[in-house]
Every structure is written in structure tokens, then in C-alpha cells.
Design a binder for this molecule. Structure first.
Ligand SMILES: [Zn+2]
Ligand SMILES: [Zn+2]
Length: 141
């Protein structure tokens, strides 16, 4: 944290630690509920400020895929996500992106890439995984 010019306060360490342990892309509200027991003087406003500072320091990333509230990701590096419209879970999806930060597209420099997939997750749709692997088989054929 010091390397990026941030003083590692108890609040910042608690929030970052919570995000490291909870890779489910929690909202600020969920982060607050998760860390407040260890920090009795913590307010929701402080959590928002801390998340903002961590985001600006590129230690975490803010995701605005779901319409309800911004979610926070311990991994600051671009990676695609899948949002389930049934249960609202946001998953990390490990698929390669053809375009990355720093690439140029027709002379335009890419500074951020956001890839979201919407649908029904494997948990909510037991057949989804089967269909997915069938499609993959077709693509590979
Ligand atoms: Zn789901
Ligand atoms: Zn993620």
C-alpha cells in the first residue's frame, strides 16, 4: 500500500483484507457489514472513502455491471465477468480477451476494457454448463 502512496490505516487494511478474502465482488454495503465488527468506530462514509482511495491507487477495481450498486474486486487487473440475472452473483470468467489495456484500435489507445456476460449461471441453470461445453466442442471441431 505504501508503494502506491497510501498510508496503510487500519480501515484501509481491513477493507483490502476483506476484499482479498471475499472474491464474490461485494458491494460497499457488504464490505461495511463485513469489517465493522473489527472496527467499532467505522462509518459507511469511511468505507466509501476507503474504497475510493483503493480504487484510485489501482489496488482494487470498481465494477458497475449490476444496476443495484457498484461492486468491488480485489483483482485490479482487467478480467471478464459473468452476471447471473437469477441470483445476481457476479463471477470471474477466465476467457482471453482479444483486446487489452495499452492496445490501440484504429489509432485509439485502449485505457480500460470492460467485458460483461449476462445470463443464467451454472448454479441457477443446471443445463447451462452442458450447453457451454457442447458449444465449445463445436467450436473446436
Ligand atoms: Zn445464478
Ligand atoms: Zn472479478
Amino acid at each position: 500500500m505504501r508503494q502506491v502512496g497510501l498510508t496503510p490505516t487500519a480501515q484501509r487494511l481491513a477493507v483490502l483484507g476483506y476484499l482479498e478474502e471475499n472474491r464474490t465482488h461485494p458491494t460497499a454495503e457488504e464490505v461495511y457489514c463485513g469489517v465493522k465488527d473489527g472496527l467499532p468506530s467505522l462509518t459507511k462514509a469511511t468505507v466509501y472513502n476507503v474504497l475510493d482511495a483503493l480504487k484510485k491507487a489501482d489496488l482494487i477495481q470498481e465494477l458497475t455491471i449490476a444496476r443495484k450498486a457498484a461492486q468491488y474486486d480485489y483483482n485490479p487487473v482487467f478480467h471478464p465477468h459473468f452476471l447471473c440475472r437469477v441470483c445476481g452473483s457476479l463471477y470471474d470468467i477466465d476467457v482471453p480477451s482479444p483486446i487489452r489495456t495499452g492496445d490501440t484500435i484504429r489509432g485509439h489507445l485502449v485505457e480500460a476494457v470492460q467485458t460483461y456476460f449476462y445470463g443464467v449461471c451454472a448454479h441457477c441453470h443446471p443445463d447451462a454448463d452442458k450447453n457451454g461445453s457442447k458449444r465449445k466442442e463445436r467450436e473446436n471441431a
